[in-house]
Design a protein around this ligand. Structure first.
Ligand code: SF4
Length: 177
């Protein structure tokens, strides 16, 4: 049985299928992680330098036949409203985890890969910094950017909005199946 996504179940703002070959990989995107603006570089199993290099991600991502880009939009008070942004990204990650769990239940024999936004938030404190293995490797997934993919370009080529207006933040994920 082929994997069928039901994106309408997850309250996404937009979802669109696109061709995996349209994904462009760029080491410069991955290098931005080393600036550690999010504070997660070297602290999370799903972030650099813990994850594979971008050539390995490229090989893995291009091994999938189907891809869908999904977005969710969250209101903020202003561009400094970190609280709303954090709550939004946490909700977005939870949505993607739910989608991943649903697909694993429905299609246990199929390969599915998710790419999200930001680092993995499943645990309060990631075990990476303590040198311990990931607690939930079947649930955790990296961000799109950590794999060396420019989200803005990808959203443009896939035909979804990267920016949904003033006082909003848009989070973008990719499902490969
Ligand atoms: S599931 Fe927990 S241990 Fe694994 S990457 Fe996410 S936060 Fe880290």
């Amino acid at each position: 049985m082929a994997v069928e996504l039901h994106p309408e179940k997850y309250d996404f703002r937009e979802y669109k299928e696109f061709h995996v070959n349209s994904i462009r990989f760029d080491q410069a995107v991955r290098n931005i992680c080393t600036q550690n603006a999010c504070g997660q570089y070297g602290k999370n199993h799903m972030c650099p330098p813990a994850i594979k290099d971008i050539r390995e991600w490229e090989k893995e991502i291009l091994s999938y036949k189907n891809a869908m880009i999904v977005t969710k939009v969250y209101q903020t008070k202003n561009k400094f409203d970190m609280k709303s942004m954090f709550e939004g990204i946490a909700d977005f990650q939870k949505t993607l985890i739910r989608l991943k769990e649903d697909l694993a239940d429905e299609f246990p024999d199929k390969r599915v890969l998710l790419l999200g936004a930001g680092s993995c938030f499943i645990c309060k404190k990631c075990t990476y910094a303590d040198g311990e293995p990931c607690r939930f490797p079947e649930k955790a997934f990296p961000s799109i950017e950590a794999c060396g993919v420019d989200v803005m370009s990808l959203s443009k080529s896939a035909g979804v909005r990267y920016n949904n207006g003033e006082n909003t933040v848009t989070y973008i994920g990719v499902v490969l199946y």
